[in-house]
Design a protein around this ligand. Structure first.
Ligand code: G1P
Length: 295
């Protein structure tokens, strides 16, 4: 069983649901309080022991690469002003030298295709896949919980799932589960964005995966599926014929920050938990709600 040391972050999406904010700004740089959503995904990966971060970017995404680099003028100014807390924070967030790689998805051909673009950088090791739009609020982090399942089950592929209202299932990949042990289970089937009546459960694929490298060969064979795109779910369905897929109903909450309500909710939830903001923000929130007719 090989350890999971690399993580892939698909960040080529156009962010059309957040225009005009995302006209010039990559959607992954939108912030939850003061951390870009891509930084939150990298934080989660690091906590789980990931050592190499592979970003699949696109045009107009250069700022993401800059975000994971030093900012010389800013750091020099902070140093001159004695702002050591800010300097330490920037230092901590930075991947080590050579620990981040960037490659481009040249055309928007779907999530499966974006992952396939990372094949040379991942090589022949199992890897984690994190969709940064899905912000996970969990302790320990979602990927850490998944790696525990990976270790306990002796390898294979692992997918984090979350239970959602039945009227939401058509927006996500959905799994069929059996053989539960605690909050982990065997995945028997998967389907991408099924109509409610064809969904095998209301457990959705919530944007965190541990995949074996054989997935790349399956993606390469893939014809465009739902929405004319090359779906990672279709490639996983094929791989499932030969390899185990485990699911974990992880402990925590997912905020779909590709959606306005999810994004706003994440900001409220994370702000309420911040020791430096929580009390003041709670009071501010109460005032806002009171002046808008209460709840
Ligand atoms: C992708 C996956 C889907 C998953 C979702 C989570 O869909 O294809 O299975 O449930 O991410 O966000 P997308 O959001 O790219 O349409």
């Amino acid at each position: 069983m090989r350890p999971i040391k690399k993580a892939v972050f698909p960040v080529a999406g156009l962010g059309t649901r957040f225009l005009p904010a995302t006209k010039a700004l990559p959607k992954e740089m939108l912030t939850v309080v003061d951390r870009p959503v891509i930084q939150l995904a990298v934080d989660e990966a690091r906590e789980a022991g990931i050592e190499h971060f592979v970003f699949v970017t696109g045009r107009n995404k250069g700022v993401i690469e800059d975000h994971f680099d030093k900012q010389f003028e800013l750091e020099a100014t902070l140093r001159k002003r004695g702002k050591s807390a800010e300097l330490d924070m920037l230092e901590q967030d930075l991947p080590g030298a050579g620990q981040a790689s960037f490659t481009r998805q040249q055309e928007p051909l779907g999530l499966g295709h974006a992952v396939w673009c990372a094949r040379e950088l991942v090589g022949s090791e199992p890897f984690a896949l994190l969709l940064p739009d899905m912000v996970m609020h969990a302790r320990p982090g979602c990927l850490k919980q998944m790696i525990d399942v990976y270790n306990a089950r002796g390898g294979g592929n692992v997918i984090a799932v979350e239970e959602v209202a039945w009227d939401q299932v058509n927006r996500y990949g959905v799994v069929a589960a059996s053989d539960w042990k605690g909050n982990a289970f065997t995945i028997d089937a998967m389907v991408e964005k099924p109509p409610r009546q064809h969904a095998p459960s209301n457990l959705i694929i919530s944007g965190r995966y541990i995949l074996q490298p054989e997935i790349f060969a399956e993606i390469a064979k893939q014809e465009p599926g739902t929405g004319g795109e090359i779906q990672i779910t279709d490639a996983m369905i094929r791989l499932m014929a030969r390899q185990n897929f485990w699911g974990i109903k992880y402990q925590g909450t997912t905020y779909d920050c590709g959606d306005k309500i999810g994004f706003l909710s994440a900001n409220v939830a994370f702000a309420l938990e911040r020791p430096d903001l929580g009390a003041d923000f709670r009071a501010a929130l109460k005032r806002i709600l009171d002046s808008h007719g209460g709840l």
